[in-house]
Each structure stands twice: as structure tokens, then as C-alpha cells.
Write a protein that binds this ligand. Sequence first.
Ligand SMILES: Cc1cc2nc3c(=O)[nH]c(=O)nc-3n(C[C@H](O)[C@H](O)[C@H](O)COP(=O)(O)OP(=O)(O)OC[C@H]3O[C@@H](n4cnc5c(N)ncnc54)[C@H](O)[C@@H]3O)c2cc1C
Length: 549
Amino acid sequence: MSSSSLDVIITKMNNYIGFMWFMVMALTVAVGFAVFLFDYISLANGKKKINNNNRTQNQETDHQESTINSSEIHEQEDATTLFQNDSNNPEIIIVGAGVAGSALACSLGKDGRRVLVIERDLSEPDRIVGELLQPGGYLKLIELGLEDCVEGIDAQRVYGYGLFKDGKRTRVSYPLENYRSDVSGVSFHNGRFIQRMRIKAAKTPNVRLEQGTVTSLIEENGTVKGVNYKTKEGKAITEYAPLTIVCDGCCSNLRRSLCNPKVDIPSSFVALILKNCQLPYPNYGHVILADPSPILMYPISSFETRCLVDIPGGQKVPSISNGEMANYLKTVVVPQIPAELHTAFISAIDEGNIKVATNRSMPATPCNTPGAILLGDAFNMRHPLTGGGMTVALSDIVVLRKLLQPLDDLNDAVALNEYLEVFYSLRKPVASTINTLAGALYKVFSASDDQARTELRQACFDYLSLGGVCSNGPVALLSGLNPKPLTLVMHFFAVAIYGVGRLLLPFPSLKRAYLGARLIADATGIIFPIVKAEGIKQMVFPVSIDSIL
Ligand SMILES: Cc1cc2nc3c(=O)[nH]c(=O)nc-3n(C[C@H](O)[C@H](O)[C@H](O)COP(=O)(O)OP(=O)(O)OC[C@H]3O[C@@H](n4cnc5c(N)ncnc54)[C@H](O)[C@@H]3O)c2cc1C
């Protein structure tokens, strides 16, 4: 080939790369601008609405029963004795008094419904789940008049996240400027929070809270009519009600008779409690983008910090009993956490109180059986990285409660079922945003051998570090403050395009352009299946409760 034709080819290639580079930059600016505009408008609308809702709700809660003395939780010797409010002929049976069941019982009881709640174990749970309630979830708690349930339990305020990667750190705060001063994330011991809500439920007129294990649903001609359960003493009891709401949690035994669950196990969390240590960003959640996958830390009381170390699904969880776990934590995890936490972390390992929880995710499958509905983790689960489970459950309760309020008679099961079908569309904006972000962030924040994924991970960290709309937007989505699935998809692609821009600047090359293309393909491969599982139609055309009622 002559040197002149080689020159022509090189000039053409340079022009082509230059053109590509220009297009990517133009696209980045356009998407960034669109995201900014969309966010600005939707955040402004959302804030106006939430503030209005809060005002109405505050007026309501002023007239509610006085708050419960926190010492009741600790003084209580046998929890069952507290829970004996009378309510015969229930209209609604709730299975499970965890986060969803107890919040639901309080809300429906306040609306005058006769509610029977059956809970397997009424003693204070000691669990490592549901310890950080996002601000969006706290707003729902206010809307349900339950915000006093986080008082008197040494709960801690959380204002955002500290992010750590390869020795660099940055802080992203929740955009709370336009909310009431008490609105923030809240973290606590899950058992204390649940116990507060159980006590509140039991004190609500019309609510009867019983200890017992529901063994089956009673189904007649395709309609659920009630439940069979066994009391603590082993006595078999049958209860009937027009509506049964199943909230028996992540390991639900009953969901299989109502839907076709597809449970995935993306990873496990190894849990420790660090004592008397100061986090690098006090009153912030901490996410360390570690290898192989993220590590989380957040305060759960004035002197305790929860640490959750993720172990990806494909990796064997080291054994606690033979010391493999302690060794893994000391040799693989300690070098990756901020130096100021090493001493407290090693003390926590040596203390030996290490627990392991399985992380599950499960898209929501509508329940088409008249007379019953699923709620909480029994209905829908996502990776707990973003701490969104309680926010989704509380948001679902707000929707369901509003739907049930105008219905005087729940006895026509088929009509009720048709009416409740809109619940599945109404819950979508909040649930899909939180679920999609949890699944996508878990993948992006995990280490990978694939260079395109590594670039995407770095781009995500750098994008969030930019501040302004680049951090406010994603953190508002994650925290449930701005439940807009489409904004989420836009931010996700803005991160990908930002990553491509970083690759092509200042001097693009063919190799880097190819890597950029793979990065975009990888980002699409992450987000698209999650969006598909959530339901593309409901995400693109969300329905609001105001347009129905
Ligand atoms: C490791 C981990 C960490 C998490 N961290 C967070 C977080 O920080 N923030 C967040 O928002 N979410 C978090 N989540 C998710 C959150 O914990 C759940 O979304 C939330 O607890 C769901 O509430 P629920 O009421 O559906 O289930 P649960 O709170 O589990 O309650 C279910 C209840 O049903 C009872 N029950 C079960 N079977 C029966 C039966 N047959 N009869 C009677 N009663 C029964 C159980 O005893 C239990 O009390 C986390 C999850 C995991 C796995």
C-alpha cells in the first residue's frame, strides 16, 4: 500500500474517531441536561406534594392516642400478655407482625377495621435485617402516623452516604433541604422498632394481636376465606375473614399458594457490630466498593455500628465454626476498610458475634386469588445493598390503606380483588425505582475481571463524586424521595456515557472506543433485565393514586 493511501485511511479514521468523540460528548451533555431538567421538575413537584401530605398527616396524628413509653419494651417479660386487644369477627387477617404486618395492623386498625394479626413469635426479634430506614420510608412512617415508633429506641439520624474506593472517599447527602427538619434516614435495632410497632398495633382499638403460626390458608372455590393456625400451646385454630394479608417475610411458606415466586439469591451478608468507634462520616451510611463486593456500615445506636460484608452468590461463605470466617475477615476485609476502623473491626471479630444472612431478590408477582394479598418481603424483595425493603413495604401500605379506605364492605371477594388489582400498578413507581437501583448498583459496585465493568464502576464513583444533580439525583432515587423509574434509567445511562467520555478524553483511540462501546453494552445488559422484570409498561407509564381515587 502506498504511503499516500495509508495517509488517507489514517485521516479518515481520525475523522471518524473525532466524529464519534464529538457525538458522545454531545450525547453526554444532552442526557445530562435532560436528567437535570427532569429531576428539577419532578423533585420540585414531589416536595410540594410530600410537604402538603405531611401537613395533613400532622394534623391527624395530633388527635391520635398518646405515645407509648419506650421502657415498656424493656420491661415486658412475656410479650404475649401485652397483646390482647379484643376484636372478634375480623374483617382482615394479617399473617406476620414484622415491619409490614405490624405497620399495616396499626394503619388499618386506626381506620376502624377489625383486624386479627397472627405472629409466630412475639418476643423482640434479634436480627441483622431492616436497620436503616431511608428518608422516603420515614416520610411514609409519618404518613401512617407511626413516626413515634423510632423514638426512645436510641435510633440514629442518617443524612446520606460516604463512598470509599481505592483509598479515595466522597460524601453524598440526601437532598433534604425542602423537607421538615426531622426528615432524614433513621437507623436502629430492627427488633426494637418492630416491638414498638407491635405494641402500638396491640393498643389500637379493633386490633387483636395473637401469637401463633399460620399453617395454611383456607381456600374455597378459588377464594381465600381465612387461615388455619396453631397457638403457642399447640392448639389448632381456624379464623375466617373476607381479606387475608400475608406478610410472613422473606422465607414465606404461604406465598406459594398465592403466586409463582422466582426467588434469586445474589449474595449473603456477614454481619458484625463495631462498638464505640467513630465512623469517618458520623451519621452517614458507609459503602466501601471492595473486592469482591461492597461492604456496608451504618450506626444502629449511639455506640454501635453495623457492618455488613457482602459475599457474592458464587463464592463459598467461610465457616464461622472452624475459624475460616475470622481469618477471611482479617486478611481480606480489614485491608479494604478505612484505617480508622481497623481496631474496632478486629475487636468485633474477636468478640465472635458474627452472623450470616442470605440476601434474596424476587420480583413482585400479582396475586390473583380473591380474598388474599401478599405484602412486604413475602411479595417482593430486592438486594439489601441500598436498604430499600422497609421503604417499599411502608409505601405499599400507604397505597393499600388508601385503596381500602372507601370500601365499607369487604365481603364481595371477586369485586374486592378487581378493585385491588390497581394496587399493583400504583405501587410501581416507588417499588420499581428502589428495586431496579438496588439490583443495578449491586452489580456495578461489585469488582469484576471485565475491564468494561471496572470502567463502569469507576465512572459511577466519579459521577457521584461530581456532586450537584449527579449525586442528588441518584441519592434521591435510592432514598425513596424521588420515585421516578425513568429518571433512574436516565442517570444510569448518564453514568455510562460519562464513563465513555472519560475513556475518550483527552485522546481517543480505537481500543478505548471499543472499550467504551462494551461499557455501554454492559450497562444496558445490567439495567434492561431488571427493568423487564419490573414491568416496562408500568415503569414508562406510571399510574398515580390521585388519578384513581
Ligand atoms: C441482610 C439484610 C439486611 C437488610 N437491611 C435493610 C435495611 O437496612 N433497610 C431496609 O429498609 N430493608 C432492609 N432489608 C430488608 C428488610 O429487612 C425487609 O424488607 C423487611 O424486614 C420486610 O418486612 P416484612 O414484614 O415483610 O418481613 P419481616 O420483617 O421478616 O416479618 C415477617 C414476620 O412474619 C412472621 N411469620 C413468618 N411466618 C409466619 C407464620 N407462618 N405465621 C405467623 N407469623 C409468621 C415472622 O416471625 C416475622 O415476624 C434487609 C434485608 C436483609 C436480608
